[in-house]
Design a protein around this ligand. Structure first.
Ligand SMILES: Nc1ncnc2c1ncn2[C@@H]1O[C@H](COP(=O)(O)OP(=O)(O)OP(=O)(O)O)[C@@H](O)[C@H]1O
Length: 294
């Protein structure tokens, strides 16, 4: 279980993260989504005790990360795959991690195979690894202590499509066996197929969170009429919050029936009335994050 409550981080006068709260339950994969600079890495670093929050708390299994005895046996963390020691081989890196966490060293060979780094690749120096190979090694390091929680920052970065599919399968299996997974990405399609829940962050703040269905059902409707000004007046007159989307349509946070009735009562002719999430999560993600700045 991961619980994040009202986390904020200020750098100088700027909010990198502001009032962020969410929880990740055992048996689930949570996709932590947001564009570049949204505050994902800062949030994950605060959860892992690497960046002190300005305000708020984060716990794993009810305890702040820094107070977990031997955290590698409980929480597998992959924050920056590029930061591994370039002069050691993959096998040495993983063996050292196993030693440091008191994990079973006999798992090293098998784990390297599991993450797609068989003997020949594992014997190469990390300096010669591609980013994808470093991600695979980083995932092996996160897994070696047999944790029940995984926290991964952009783990799909540098992986080829086969690698992304492989990672999804691995994370799904981990969660299905009762594990808790929190993984970040700036690309919805990387996490859409594996995540049970989504936390969307933009400009340092939570823009939305929930399951796919919850996110799509909470988005209201899109409406377009023959006369935009008359339609806008009709919606406003009925007390319905209508936002122009710049294409002659309005986004209305209300059920379709209320919008249709308001238009009919004012004599406004509708050309289009549909759920705002009709084009799927991709459109919603773009709408939620577009234009947000910290
Ligand atoms: N150490 C720091 N000092 C000052 N500002 C920082 C620091 N770390 C992060 N920031 C700022 O905080 C904001 C959030 O950055 P963060 O790295 O958390 O975003 P992100 O969502 O992980 O982005 P990306 O997808 O590009 O990795 C950015 O504006 C960034 O410039």
């Amino acid at each position: 279980m991961i619980e994040v409550s009202r986390l904020s981080k200020r750098y100088g006068g700027a909010d990198a993260v502001r009032d962020v709260s969410f929880a990740c339950a055992p048996g689930t994969v949570t996709g932590f989504l947001g564009p570049n600079g949204a505050g994902k890495s800062t949030t994950l670093r605060m959860i892992c005790g690497l960046t002190p929050p300005t305000e708020g708390t984060a716990t794993v299994h009810g305890v702040p990360y820094r107070r977990i005895p031997n955290p590698g046996r409980h929480v597998g963390v992959l924050l920056d795959a590029a930061a591994q020691h370039a002069g050691r081989t993959g096998r040495e890196v993983l063996t050292l991690t196993a030693l440091a966490t008191g994990a079973d060293r006999s798992r090293v060979g098998e784990l390297l195979e599991t993450v797609g780094l068989p003997a020949k690749a594992a014997g190469k120096r990390v300096g010669a690894y591609s980013l994808g190979m470093r991600q695979r090694l980083g995932l092996a390091q996160a897994l070696v202590g047999e944790p029940s929680v995984l926290i991964l920052d952009e783990p799909a970065n540098g992986l080829d499509p086969e690698g992304i599919f492989w990672m999804r399968t691995l994370l799904r299996g981990f969660a299905d066996r009762g594990g808790t997974v929190l993984l970040s990405s700036h690309l919805l399609r990387e996490v859409e197929a594996v995540a049970d829940r989504f936390v969307v962050i933009a400009g340092g703040r939570i823009a939305a969170q929930g399951t796919r269905d919850e996110l799509l059902s909470g988005t209201g409707v899109v409406v377009r009429g023959t006369d935009p000004a008359a339609l806008h007046a009709a919606l406003r007159g009925a007390g319905l919050p209508a936002e122009p989307d710049g294409t002659g349509r309005f986004l209305v946070a209300a059920p379709a029936e209320a919008v249709g009735r308001a238009a009919a009562a004012a004599g406004a002719v509708l050309l289009e009335l549909r759920p705002a999430g009709g084009d799927g999560l991709e459109e919603l993600f773009f709408t939620l994050t577009h234009g947000a700045t910290p």
